[in-house]
Each structure stands twice: as C-alpha cells, then as structure tokens.
Design a protein around this ligand. Sequence first.
Ligand code: ADP
Ligand code: MG
Length: 266
Amino acid sequence: MSIDYKLAGSDTDTRNYKVSVKNLRSWFGTKQALKDISFDVKENTVTALIGPSGCGKTTLIRCLNRMNEMTAGASVQGSVFLDNIDIYDKSVDPVLIKRRMGMVFQKPNPFPTMSIYNNVAAGLKLNGIKDKNLINEVVEESLRGAALWDEVKDELAKPGISLSGGQQQRLCIARALAMQPEILLMDEPTSALDPIASAKIEELMNDLKKDLTIIIVTHNMQQAARVSDHTAFMYLGELVEYGPTKQIFENPEKELTERYISGKFG
Ligand code: ADP
Ligand code: MG
C-alpha cells in the first residue's frame, strides 16, 4: 500500500535543489532513529538542523554523505539526491560522495601527528596529487578560505594540534575545503569553542556559502537564527517543521516548534 503524503518541506521535483532528502529512514539495529524525513536544500544557502539531544540530528547529517553506513548496525532507507542523483543508488561510489560532501565534526580533530600544512595537504596526497606547486596553492587557498592563513602562514610546519581550539576547527574546515567539496556538513562545529572563536566560524560560514552549500547541526538556537537561511526542527527522529529561518523562529506553524524555540523544553 502506498500513502500519498504531502511532504513537509519537500518539493516533488529534485532538480531545483542541490540536495533533496526523500523519505529517509534510519535504524540502529531495530531502533528507528529517523522517521520518514524529507526536505530540500538550495545551492549557496545555509540550512540549520535543530532539536533536542537524541532527536537524530547527527544521524541525519551523517546519512547525507553516506557516513552513517560506516557505523556497525546502522541501516538506511529512502533517498538523498545530490544534483538530482540518488547517492544511495547502487551505481554510486560512496567515496566520491564523501569527496563532494565534506564533514566537520563537533570536536576539532586535526591529524595529531601532522603539521598544519600536511593536515590540509593530506587529502590531496592521498588522491595521488604530487605537483608541489599545486599542493602549495591549494593549501594556501584552503587556509585563506577558512580564515586561518594570516594566523599560520609563518608556521606551517608546526603541529596542527599546537593551535588553539578555534584555530584547530578552522584547520579542519581548511582540510575539508582542500578537497573542493560542493557541500559542507558541520555537526555542532562550535560547541567546543569559546564565543569569540565561535563568532569567527559563524562569520566564515557566511563567506563560504557564496561558493558552497552548508548544512549545520547546532543546539544553539541563536546560532541557527544568525547563520541559516532555512531551519529544520527535529524531534524524536521526525522532521517536525522546516522552512525559512525567520519563519521558524518568528512564526512557526507547529506548537511543538514554538515550544522548543521559546525554550520550554530542550
Ligand atoms: P542528536 O545528534 O540529535 O543528539 P543522534 O543522531 O546522535 O541525535 O541520535 C539519535 C538516536 O539514535 C538516539 O536515540 C541515539 O541514542 C541513537 N544512536 C545514535 N548513534 C547510535 C549508535 N551508534 N548506535 C546505537 N544508537 C545510536
Ligand atoms: Mg548530535
């Protein structure tokens, strides 16, 4: 039997969008973590995923680049379209998907034994690029893109982990940028950072979205309101409401959304 849902936040035509999530469901063993999630993301925008702890934000963002399937016991059904191609189609190479959709994690995780330079260059080298000049260029461009170049240009040989937390997170962003992704997925990228370092990353997101599309998980609602164009509110594995950020925060349709954004639970 097929039920014809009117999908919250989802168009029927994936061609207008950079990313389209259609009827995505996910399980850990027999426990369902995501229940029929559908929404669309336009190119050169920032989309925020918000909701209380355990509602499925991390699971969802990890399903978007097929990282979730690397977790033992995890399974996924449904589709994620990237430029109108279903990344879960059997013909799609998950390695290529991860290259096109970079990920930045909650805790800055530079490669601990590597210099600042090599942290950014590692992916290129791994992909067989040997041209030193080209690598130099990409390293500089990526560090500039992550607003870190001016702070580290004279000490590129220093260990990545010698930097401050905020700098380490920007180094991780530079490392992701070096692969020239089209999408940047960020899972609570500032939750381990102080307010000044967080503000820097927020400012950076605003610059980066000119060149790519950003999807960010945040439990900081002020941050979602500041940085995002669209917001998805999740609760218990469901996408409760999705829409323009201003609407979600100022005039939500669902009472549950209103209660969450006004801090009545969380
Ligand atoms: P959020 O990021 O919103 O806090 P998660 O996506 O991490 O939520 O978790 C969603 C649900 O899936 C939770 O109930 C969590 O316990 C469960 N879960 C997450 N990761 C795993 C895992 N590796 N194994 C089993 N259950 C998991
Ligand atoms: Mg999480």
